[in-house]
Design a protein around this ligand. Sequence first.
Ligand SMILES: [Zn+2]
Length: 81
Amino acid sequence: MDLLVDLLIIWFIVLLYRRWMGMGRPHLRPEQPPAAAGRRVRSAGQMAPCAHCGLYLPRTEAVTGPDGKTYCSREHARARA
Ligand SMILES: [Zn+2]
């Protein structure tokens, strides 16, 4: 009976220790890296070149000129038009 109580106490201490270690180092959680890698690959597929200088930049940061082409900045969109 005493052995069972000892095992329960040890199990509880290990559980608390693991929980405390997990909170201290959240970047070690296994579910985080695959999500970040998937986001990186998806954003790399949305790269677009500037029609003026050829600089590659994310499509979300690109400026669309009056001719419908993508540019790295408003200056380059105006320089082309
Ligand atoms: Zn440019």
